[in-house]
Design a protein around this ligand. Structure first.
Ligand code: NAD
Ligand code: IPM
Ligand code: MN
Length: 363
């Protein structure tokens, strides 16, 4: 029987707490579906710095290489904020993993179910039937990785710091092709985000995306400046289907969009390479304000696991069942702190239990 191996990297802050809830889902799947799933846990991030003085220890990287997918919690926090940029957990573990495995595709599905409109801060007459937006964010290029990057302290009275926003044809082409393929499977509407009225890298981005669009005549393409897109998302999110973004703009617009569905704690993400290998993590971070309080929302982590089953393991049925279980529990009126009225809410732990109990019934 085929063995499926998942490397689990809980990390820092609320990471371990929400990963615990994902384990409940995995154990239901093991019970109900006779697939050979193996999970193995590895240290990553600040906790690995504390233990081994390095955020991405070699044994963790090897463990990931020997797995079919990575389930990632979150890294970083106040304890490690004083470190030099390249030593910080966010850069030296998460960005390193993205680069190492060439995870240039980042998928962030922002879905608001029509029966859960009350989760959104937007007026119901704006969202009407909810929305279903697939963000595709370029993840291994742009200003995050561009060189040179650094500081010049020659004049201590006027220090200068710089980053380089850079894209090449190859990087834009491969993410654009992926985005058009996804749009073709959906409502055939693709919006590409840039700031081509000001930035050279964005000008090239728009040129390349336009060129690729000619090879997908069935997909309608539109280009939006990022500032306008940020506004349109709040004004009328239902107009969007697939949104393609450069790295930094995608980071910002997806956090904004998470708030449109209720909370950053509900937005999952999948970071993939061309071979369907992937790292699956909540779009949000280690939420130091919630750490250790049993208040974090585990849904982003659980839905990231659902994406893992879909994109890396190829079990669409399991993926859909997990999503269904989440929606059912929300429709039943169970809320974690973030999506509650702050008076009536259930704990991280209870939310995980409810979703897994529901999954037990439907799988
Ligand atoms: P954050 O995403 O951790 O938190 C932003 C806000 O969203 C906070 O109010 C937090 O309580 C809330 N939130 C996030 N996840 C939630 C959840 N599951 N349930 C309920 N509420 C949730 O962002 P931040 O505060 O800017 O950053 C904190 C640390 O996390 C930083 O060190 C940052 O670099 C790191 N970070 C890591 C990742 C990652 O590992 N993938 C992603 C983003 C930020
Ligand atoms: C995300 C996070 C990361 C990013 C940070 C922690 C490096 O914010 O996954 O959205 O900016 O990509
Ligand atoms: Mn982010």
């Amino acid at each position: 029987k085929k063995k499926y191996k998942i490397a689990v990297l809980p990390g820092d802050g609320i990471g371990p707490e929400i990963i615990k809830e994902a384990y409940k889902i995995i154990s239901v799947i093991k019970k109900k579906k006779y697939i050979n799933l193996q999970t193995k846990e590895y240290d990553v991030g600040g906790i690995a710095i504390d233990k081994y003085n390095i955020a991405l220890p070699e044994h963790t990287l090897i463990g990931c290489q020997n797995s079919d997918a990575i389930l990632f919690g979150s890294v970083g926090g106040p304890k490690w904020n004083h470190l030099k940029l390249e030593k910080k957990p966010e850069i030296s573990s998460l960005l390193s993993l993205r680069k190492f495995f060439n995870l240039f595709i980042n998928l962030r599905p922002v879905k608001l179910h029509k029966k859960l409109l009350h989760f959104s801060p937007l007026k119901t007459n704006i969202i009407k039937k909810g929305f279903d937006i697939l963000f595709i964010r370029e993840l291994t290029g742009g200003i995050y990785f561009g060189v040179p990057k650094g500081r010049n302290e020659l004049d201590p009275n006027n220090i200068c710091a710089f980053d380089t926003a850079i894209y090449n044809t190859y990087e834009i082409t491969r993410i654009a092709q992926f985005a058009f393929q996804q749009a073709r499977k959906r409502k055939k509407k693709l919006v590409s985000i840039d700031k081509s009225n000001v930035l050279e890298s964005s000008k090239l981005w728009r040129e390349v995306v336009t060129k690729i669009s000619y090879t997908f005549p069935e997909v309608q393409i539109e280009h939006l400046y990022v500032d306008n897109a940020a506004m349109q998302l709040i004004q009328n999110p239902s107009q969007f289907d697939v949104i393609l973004c450069p790295n930094l703009f995608g980071d910002i617009l997806t956090d904004e969009s998470a708030s449109l569905i209720g909370s950053l704690g509900m937005l999952p993400s999948a970071s993939l390479n061309q071979k369907n290998f992937g790292l699956y993590e909540p779009a949000g971070g280690s939420a130091p304000d919630l750490k250790g309080k049993n208040l974090a929302n585990p849904i982003a982590q659980i839905l990231s696991l659902a994406m893992l089953f879909k994109y890396s393991l190829g079990f669409l049925d399991i993926s859909e069942a997990i999503e269904h279980a989440v929606i059912t529990v929300l429709k039943q009126g169970h809320h974690t702190y973030d999506i509650s009225d702050k008076i009536n809410f259930i704990s991280t732990d209870m939310m995980g239990t409810k979703i897994s109990e529901n999954l037990m019934k439907i799988l």
